[in-house]
Design a protein around this ligand. Structure first.
Ligand code: MRU
Length: 389
């Protein structure tokens, strides 16, 4: 099936980069499977639709997943009538447990589910009607949406200040940075985490940020499809590179002072699960003496997990590696969208496709949160993140 390609203009960058639209009680999400060629919003009216949107990657990115889960249920319960507060509580808790099965690695989803379940259980003890429980639930989901944008802006300014200070200490004037995956407005409720730092740094008057490199992020191409789109929309000078070219790039270009990535889950000691390929970037940064910065809201820190060994890593289908999926190039140029899947490897090739990896804290220079920038104490290989919770 063919679709007409939308053109974009940079003047509407922030509108184009809104991954989640909530207008009580209506939720719609930008279908990220069609980006960068088509901006199409899908209505999400139930937790079943929310679960599908997360599992099928129509929406993705740790913070966005949690918020879409919470709001999909908010949309559903806003349209339902419950006879009692207990009935509302039981429905909401059952649906939250179901939403928690959509993807396994990002802690934000589990954190949101735990907090919302606790809230409705407590509320059902005192509320007189189902409507009251629903109202409390929807308010709480809306607070999560607003807080994510607020946290990301704080991460952006904390990270930008940290990088400016480090560049000053290194005696470098104009700098370049490298990022991985997509951690921007599309992965969150707005602004972004790692890409949020880049955005904040670039928007500062007299910015020291000259250029951004970003990896394609095989096999799902969040970098090539989504980060490329965000950087173009914002007119930030940037260059796409193959994931495998980063070590060579760092060797060639000493003005790349930092690699900045997001996180799906940070363990108590600072070990960080993020998109596959992050670990090898951290090794390359260490070897070449560059900063390796993790940007994440404090809810991404899972104090219940001592080290990265305990983080569940999602494994996805082999076909994401053995096949390549995209839109026919000359048709896109003509403004028509036609999806095509190509067979890259010989039929029957086995492939291993972990969606995330774990970077040991030892390789991380700093963890930037909305509250503070954390660095390791001198001589230590792990972080002390106790102050966060
Ligand atoms: O599989 P995805 O696209 O959901 O993975 C996203 C990432 O790994 C991001 O780097 C991470 O969620 C941080 S997003 C602010």
């Amino acid at each position: 099936m063919s679709q007409k390609v939308s053109s974009f203009s940079s003047s509407s960058a922030s509108a184009k980069l809104l991954a989640i639209r909530w207008n009580r009680p209506h939720l719609s999400i930008l279908n990220q499977l069609l980006l960068p060629h088509v901006s199409e919003y899908i209505d999400i009216r139930s937790s079943t639709a929310g679960h599908h949107a997360i599992a099928s990657m129509q929406t993705r990115g740790a913070p966005a997943i949690a918020i879409v889960a919470a709001l999909s249920l908010a949309a559903e319960v806003s349209q339902k009538r419950f006879s009692t507060a207990i009935e509302a509580r039981d429905f909401i808790t059952e649906r939250l447990d179901y939403l928690a099965t959509s993807r396994p690695t990002a802690v934000n989803l589990f954190d949101a589910v735990t907090k919302l379940k606790r809230l409705v259980v407590e509320e059902a003890r005192v509320a007189e009607t189902g409507d009251q429980v629903v109202a409390i639930y929807v308010d709480a989901a809306e607070v999560m949406l607003a807080k994510d944008v607020q946290d990301n802006r704080a991460i952006g300014s904390n990270g930008a200040e940290y990088i400016e200070r480090m560049a000053g200490e290194l005696g470098v004037g104009r700098i370049k940075v490298l990022t991985h995956c997509n951690t921007g407005a599309l992965a969150t409720a707005g602004h972004g985490t790692a890409l949020g730092i880049i955005r904040s740094l670039y928007q500062k008057s007299g910015s020291i940020l000259e250029h951004v490199y970003f990896g394609e992020t095989r096999p799902y191409n969040q970098g090539a499809r989504l980060t490329a789109y965000e950087l173009q929309c914002e007119e930030i000078p940037a260059t796409l590179v193959c994931d495998s070219s980063v070590s060579f790039l760092l060797k060639r270009d000493p003005s790349i002072v930092a690699i900045i990535v997001g996180a799906d889950r940070v363990a108590r000691n600072g070990d960080t699960a993020n998109k596959i390929g992050t670990y090898q970037l951290a090794i390359a940064a260490k070897y070449h003496g560059r900063l390796f910065i993790v940007a994440a809201p404090s809810i991404s820190v899972d104090m219940g997990i001592g080290s990265g060994e305990d983080i569940v890593i999602e494994e996805r289908g082999q076909e994401e590696i053995t096949m390549a999926s995209g839109f026919v190039g000359d048709k896109v140029a003509q403004g028509v969208l036609e999806r095509e899947t190509l067979c890259v490897a010989p039929l029957g090739t086995r492939a291993w496709n972990p969606s995330f990896d774990v970077t040991p804290a030892e390789l991380v220079s700093a963890i930037v949160t909305e509250k503070d920038v954390f660095v390791k104490a001198p001589g230590k290989n792990v972080f002390d993140l106790a102050g966060l919770k």
